[in-house]
Write a protein that binds this ligand. Structure first.
Ligand code: NAD
Length: 484
């Protein structure tokens, strides 16, 4: 049995901290169902320690130059890359995702964020605005103490996507990973400290929703960034409103992927696979409503099913494995419930649909055809390996149907007609769009949702505006005129 027990549950003020009075959090390896680590949720005393530490650290961190802060972030990026193998094994143990994915998509994308925002840190500025003889200058200031709250699908990446821009701008952070995947964020905190981040700049506390809620409602906190579901987002946004805290909300989706008859079918099938089965379908931006032009639907489904037979399901630590288990028994049961609903509501099960007879939480990659817009599998976020094929005939029709959802995280189109591709993208009500590609999220590009899928953007230069605020300074150069 692999042992992934960290030195302690929390990382506060530059060191590991334990309080066994907190409720136990068992960390289960999804490929076997074995408990590989036991941690404890933060008690109120631990939450207080973390908030006090991050509050204390604010002044020293903000007083450093951006270049100094950036150097530390870039050093942390280098360490993440040097230790990619060990960190990827840990991420696989934490999430169940296969090593073939974690070794290229988790610590590496966390490192990208630390490197990118580390590089930007030295060039963050305000501006000078001349107004005749008078002038205005703006000072870019950190927000202060930021709270990050993570989902369980990309624990290392989420810890870095929130931490890197926050720290680059001179903020400090208390990060709470998902209780389902508590291990990797501790490593991020440890590595940032090793890279030179002063104690208290980046802290990690464990816990369930109540710990998150305690962090969000604390008046010392200036900003909350959540990656999670819409219901949790609503609660956190409401709690943050009490003190007018800044928020970033990276929430769920039910994204459309539109495939026109003139598309390269092999590429479109690849896009549908990336947008539905990578990370066993546990990706927020997945294109789970696959609209296929009626004339090519049969050919598309036949090729998709054939390619899915090539899935290598097995031990996620074996580099040859390409498809792992779901993160937990609970998530597996939720997805099984959606599959049953799909069958009950009359969709055709074209592939998969069953739990795999082996230890762990393995579920076959699943494809439904003859799905209609109102079926539950076409309206609700499933967050698992379930692809729905919907037929369409015209561009106007498919765009209207693609947008007929309260979510707006992502959308994709496959076609060789470039004018049509850009028309579709202009019409999509989604924050992240793809033309002849799907589910790539480079740190250089803004990432985030419209409508219920979120508020604010992560990554890219835009994230800087979500982790800093402008002070505007009017400088009078002449006599002061007053009306009386
Ligand atoms: P979740 O909403 O159940 O939990 C997210 C986090 O919020 C967890 O750490 C949880 O402990 C915490 N939390 C729960 N209640 C809270 C409260 N009242 N106050 C403060 N914190 C609270 O989500 P999940 O099941 O962990 O993750 C799956 C969801 O995340 C899906 O909806 C998925 O689409 C979404 N997601 C979005 C993105 C994105 O970037 N848009 C990325 C990954 C996942």
């Amino acid at each position: 049995m692999p042992n992934a027990q960290p030195p302690a549950s929390h990382f506060i003020d530059g060191r590991y901290v334990e309080d066994t009075a907190g409720a136990p959090i068992d960390c289960t390896y999804a490929a076997t169902g074995e408990v590989i680590a036991r941690l404890h949720a933060a008690t109120p005393a631990i939450v207080e320690q973390a908030l006090a530490s991050a509050t204390r650290a604010k002044a020293e961190w903000a007083a450093m130059t951006g270049t100094q802060r950036g150097r530390i972030l870039r050093r942390a990026a280098d360490i993440l890359r040097e230790r990619n193998h060990d960190l990827s094994v840990l991420e696989t143990l934490d999430t169940g995702k296969p090593y073939s994915e974690t070794s290229v998509a988790d610590a590496t994308s966390g490192a990208d964020a630390l490197e990118y925002f580390g590089g930007l840190a030295g060039s963050l500025t305000g501006e000078h605005i001349q107004l005749g003889d008078d002038w205005v200058y703006t000072i870019r200031e950190p927000l202060g103490l930021c709270v990050g709250i993570g989902a369980w699908n990309y624990p290392t990446q989420i810890a870095c996507w929130k931490g890197a821009p926050a720290l680059a701008c001179g903020n400090t952070m208390v990060f709470k990973p998902s209780e389902t995947t508590p291990l990797s964020a501790l490593k991020v905190a440890e590595i940032l400290t090793e890279a030179g981040a002063p104690s208290g700049v980046y802290n990690v506390v464990q816990g369930m929703g109540d710990v998150g809620a305690a962090l969000v409602s604390d008046p010392r906190v200036a900003k909350v960034s959540l990656t999670g579901s819409v219901p949790t987002g609503r609660k956190i946004y409401a709690a943050a409103a009490a003190d007018m805290k800044h928020v970033t909300m990276e929430l769920g989706g039910k994204s459309p992927l539109v495939i026109f008859a003139d598309a390269d079918i092999e590429d479109a099938v690849s896009g549908a696979i990336l947008g539905n089965f990578y990370s066993t379908g546990q990706v927020c931006s997945n294109g789970t409503r696959v609209f296929v032009e009626r004339t090519i639907r049969e050919a598309f489904v036949a090729r998709l099913v054939e390619r899915l037979k090539g899935v290598v399901m097995g031990d996620p630590l074996d580099p040859a494995t390409t498809y792992g288990p779901m993160v937990s028994e609970r998530q597996l049961k939720i997805v099984e419930g959606f599959i049953a609903k799909g069958i009950e509501e009359g969709a055709t099960l074209a592939h998969g649909g069953k739990r795999v007879d082996r230890p762990g939480f393995f579920l076959e990659p699943t494809v439904f055809t003859a799905v209609t817009d109102s079926m539950t599998i076409a309206t609700d976020e499933i967050f698992g390996p379930v692809l729905s094929v919907l037929d369409f005939d015209t561009e106007d029709e498919v765009l209207a149907r693609a947008n007929d959802t309260p979510f707006g995280l992502a959308a994709g189109v496959f076609t060789k007609d470039l004018a049509r591709a850009h028309r579709m993208v202009k019409g999509f009500e989604a924050g992240t769009c793809y033309i002849n590609s799907y589910n790539l999220a480079p740190v250089e590009a803004p990432f985030g949702g419209m409508k219920l899928s979120g508020v604010g953007r992560e990554n890219s230069k835009l994230a800087i505006n979500h982790y800093s605020q402008m002070k505007s300074v009017y400088v009078g150069m002449g006599p002061v005129e007053a009306p009386f």
